[in-house]
Write a new protein. Structure first.
Length: 928
């Protein structure tokens, strides 16, 4: 009997809705499904799709594909709903049918809209948040009701006094002048026969609130507005509509001020004011688009863990986790007119709220009480990044009275990692929390200060990590549409998307490369070739702009570059002054992005275009090598980032150059004391560059270092998210003096992608994980590691443990995928199909090799037990203060015999402690 199960997890496009998929923005949504179980050796040969739109029609397709397959039926009409089932066949029998999944088209044509944008009169920025409302008569026997809505601003809708949906800050943030999302809500359970009343609380949000560095508001317009269309279908099939128009009215709410940066002020003594007429705006409804990804929702609630008193007598609340959202607070017993104030911050400094990193953002919510009755205070028109809050105006504050309401785009969690190293596990959780806090409808740099912008460089380096941890396909597909919409005619990509800075600077490498890298990452992780086809004009335009700037010699030099932003040696207020030469970095990115465009063109079937850009990439690589590298493998500026770029992006033409460049990179890591020396651009590449070029042990030393700067330093300082700077908090607990000092920035957490792929060993081979590559990098530092990812085909997992001289490896492959597995006992990768597979083999990391006789100082540094002993002795004798200082002193002596280490760092006779250190060194060398 066949073990072929009915398909499950039927999806439309990249939507991850738990129930019916409402308001989809295409008439021909692509389909995906998973197969829970099948017989060994199963390969899908065909599938059938049953589409019911009143009557059922079955479509049979001979294909092994099950991810993003074309819609086989007639295009859906606006508002049309279809029930869809799928079944599959291998070589013999058909499976059972899947459970039906429902998809419903949104309003696919501008002609479908009868509603008009309505705006309160006399409601400038700084006025109380308006309540915009309308009422209409509806018949009995309603069987279906849909509300289509959006706003200029952010909105919370109610129908007949009941909250509609659970979206937060809808409609979210897009390039409003080119694209404005609308939402579709099922309100069948809220409508009634007779009069129905719709009311929208409207906040300034991104549309009219403060945005950017200069304190400006109303960047998109100076009037908030609502667009609403309620459509109901009765049992006889008739459709009745009432929509926003000039009969609607507006009242002032109790919210007297709202801003995303500054917070919300609410006066609970106020009742809604007198209704006044609205103005109908002449807005362009052709800009309306349906969402590609999930909305912002409340995704978690975090309780307060401690209430304390600061040195100055302030009441402070600690939630134990740096989060993004707002605080709900229960108060009771206050008098009318009493004011409760909540100030938010990510850290404490000298025991007080650390607000300097917020710059001009006030991050303050305040409430004027109406009396002594218990009330729950909430501020739904704003959000903050915080772990701590300062509370004033509340007597007898209790932990149970407070909770942090966490908001973010409601992305499906798709990736997990765990190891035997607790600091590494905490770091990974910090990466997850940092992503959650910065994916609030747009991938932002930070969630707390007067910025919170969609910086292109940040998501360019972080997109591989993001796409493992969460299902980001719909979210980033939407963002890329904004990027293409805001791209300049000459191909330049804005620094931020949506572009509220109005592209104030020139085209910039690494940041502009988001146009090519992010769609390619989505393709690699989901197999979405249609996205590549959609974005290819944008991708080409960016590469063409880079090539234009590079000129005939194909070297992009001169002009402003962000460069290896925030490398640890850059001055606090000049973060672009990194070690890595920006011209080297810029030309390297031209080569890389040209190669990506060539690959994308090949995927979409344009062979001529693929050849054109492959040739460009080859010529840039040749120019790079001629201008920036030596025959001995040195790369201009001798910086770790530029070596990592050259190694990972095949910019060194000969094997000898690659070997010498890799060895030089390794020496730079050694002489930095195994601390990180790169910024935003180089950091994601360092571990791969070391591991792939023959220095895997150094990759682990770099990953697991705890001194500053390092990935784990922040963890040792109590961080619960990834920081903007390696030293956002200094070792003495003070805040870095730089103007940019966020404690929630995901970019430097991009190494988590390497943790998934190489520490645990789980990576995508073919696009969409049709082939999985399992290639763990075993180390004596860990006794176990594991990763799990919800691929488009289903759950894939890898785990390994080291014990008793053996390593045990377990691999789970979903139906529809295959895996190429590196097994320590095998000379070539082992290919396996779906199911769980296990191996036991000799542990390649079981023994630490002895320090060889006649070892060099370099070999001594690589022999971790011996090096740690020498470092401890050097610190004890006070010749150096830490291992980084010792390592730096040895930069010119790595090839010298290990026995000459003391002479190298402190000639005998110069330091009275040198003799003691020499004795310790001699003992170490004798022991080995």
């Amino acid at each position: 009997m066949s073990n072929l199960a009915a398909p499950t997890s039927l999806r439309f496009e990249h939507r991850t809705d738990a129930g019916p998929v409402l308001g989809i923005g295409t008439a021909t949504p692509r389909l995906s499904w998973q197969i829970p179980t099948a017989d060994a050796g199963y390969t899908q040969a065909a599938y059938e799709v049953e589409i019911s739109t009143g009557t059922a029609q079955v479509y049979t397709v001979q294909s092994p594909d099950q991810i993003l397959v074309p819609w086989p039926g007639d295009p859906l009409k606006s508002r049309e709903s279809a029930s869809v089932r799928v079944r599959v066949r291998g070589n013999e029998d058909w499976s059972e049918w899947s459970e039906p999944a429902v998809v419903e088209a949104g309003l696919l044509s501008v002609d479908d809209w009868t509603a008009r944008f309505v705006s309160p009169r006399d409601n400038a920025y700084g006025s109380p948040a308006p309540l915009v409302a309308g009422a209409g008569e509806l018949p009995a026997d309603i069987v279906k009701a849909r509300l289509y809505a959006t706003a200029h601003g952010v909105y919370l809708p109610e129908l007949n006094g009941e909250r509609v949906g659970d979206d937060e800050l809808a409609p979210g943030w897009t390039a409003y002048q080119q694209r404005l999302r609308y939402q579709t809500y099922d309100v069948t359970g809220l409508v009634r026969s007779g009069e129905n009343r719709l009311e929208f609380l409207v906040g300034n949000g991104w549309y009219r609130g403060r945005l950017g560095f200069h304190g400006k508001n109303s960047l998109y317009g100076d009037r908030v507005a609502v667009l609403a269309q309620l459509e109901v279908t009765t049992a006889d099939g008739q459709v009745h509509t009432f929509a926003s128009d000039d009969t609607w009215t507006s009242r002032e709410s109790a919210i007297t001020a709202d801003d995303l940066y500054d917070g919300q002020r609410t006066d609970l003594r106020r009742t809604p004011g007198e209704a006044t007429p609205v103005d109908v705006l002449d807005a362009d409804l052709s800009l309306l688009v349906a969402p590609d990804g999930p909305p912002v929702r409340i995704t978690d609630v975090v309780p307060a863990v401690e209430i304390s008193t600061s040195p100055s007598g302030k009441t402070l609340v600690d939630f134990g986790q740096n989060v993004v959202g707002r605080i709900r607070l229960k108060v009771r017993g206050g008098a009318e007119g009493d004011e409760v104030v909540l100030r938010h911050a990510e850290v404490l400094e000298n025991g007080e709220l650390g607000v300097r990193p917020l710059r001009t953002a006030k991050a303050t919510d305040s409430y004027v009480l109406a009396g002594p009755d218990e009330v729950t205070l909430d501020s739904p028109l704003t959000f903050h990044g915080f772990r701590y809050a300062e509370v004033t105006g509340v007597n007898d504050l209790q932990l149970a009275d407070l909770e942090a309401v966490v908001i973010g785009s409601d992305l499906r969690r798709s990736g997990w990692f765990e190891s035997s190293h607790e600091l590494l596990n905490r770091f990974h959780e910090n990466v997850v929390w940092g992503m959650r806090g910065n994916f609030v409808d747009v991938p932002t740099d930070c969630p707390q200060r007067d910025e919170r912008l969609g910086w292109t460089g940040d998501i360019q380096v972080f997109s591989p990590t993001a796409s493992f941890l969460f299902d980001t396909a719909g979210f980033l597909t939407n963002w890329l549409a904004d990027l293409a919409a805001e791209q300049q005619k000459d191909g330049s990509v804005p620094f931020v998307v949506p572009d509220v800075l109005k592209h104030t600077g020139p085209a910039t490498a690494a940041w502009g490369d988001a146009a090519t890298i992010v769609p390619w990452v989505i393709y690699e992780r989901t197999g979405d070739a249609a996205l590549l086809a959609r974005q290819l004009p944008s991708m080409r335009a960016w590469v063409d702009k880079m090539a234009e700037l590079a000129g005939d010699n194909l070297l992009w030099s001169g002009g402003f570059q962000f460069g290896d932003w925030l490398d640890p040696t850059a001055p606090p207020d000049n973060p672009f002054r990194a070690k890595a030469d920006p011209d080297v970095l810029a030309t390297a990115h031209l080569a890389r992005s040209a190669e990506v465009v060539a690959k994308a063109a090949e995927v979409v079937g344009d062979a001529d275009l693929a050849r054109e850009y492959a040739d460009l990439a080859a010529r840039v690589r040749q120019a790079f090598a001629a201008e920036y590298t030596t025959e001995g493998g040195r790369v201009l500026s001798d910086a770790a980032t530029n070596y990592a770029l050259a190694l990972q992006w095949a910019l060194l033409p000969t094997e000898a150059q690659r070997k010498r460049a890799a060895d030089r990179l390794a020496d730079l890591v050694r002489t930095a004391g195994f601390r990180i020396s790169t910024g935003f651009v180089g950091t994601p590449l360092m571990a791969d560059a070391l591991a792939d070029s023959g220095h895997p042990a150094l990759a682990y030393r770099l990953l697991l270092e705890t001194g500053c700067p390092s990935w784990l330093y922040a963890v040792t300082m109590g961080a619960t998210t990834v920081w903007e700077r390696w030293d956002s908090m200094l070792p003495d607990g003070s805040i870095n003096p730089g103007q940019m000092t966020s404690f929630n920035h995901y970019a430097l957490g991009a190494v988590a992608d390497w943790m998934h792929r190489r520490v645990a060993g789980l990576a995508a081979g073919d696009p969409g994980y049709r082939t999985i590559v399992v290639r763990p990098l075993y180390t004596s530092h860990l006794t176990s590691a594991s990763a799990k990812h919800l691929t488009p085909y289903g759950e894939a997992a890898v785990s390994w443990t080291r014990s008793g001289g053996q390593v045990r490896l377990s691999v789970t492959v979903p139906v529809g995928s295959r895996a190429q597995v590196d097994v320590p006992s095998e000379s070539a990768p082992v290919e396996v199909g779906h199911g769980t597979h296990e191996w036991t083999a000799a542990d390649p990391a079981a023994e630490t090799p002895a320090l060889p006789a006649g070892a060099s100082i370099r070999q001594l540094m690589d022999h971790e037990p011996s090096w740690n002993t020498i470092v401890a002795a050097a610190k004890e004798t006070e010749i150096v203060t830490d291992d980084a200082e010792l390592a730096a002193r040895l930069e010119r002596y790595l090839d010298q015999p290990a026995g000459q280490l003391v002479e190298a760092i402190s000639p005998r006779g110069f330091s009275p402690s040198a003799e003691a250190l020499q004795a310790k060194l001699d003992a170490v060398l004798d022991t080995n």
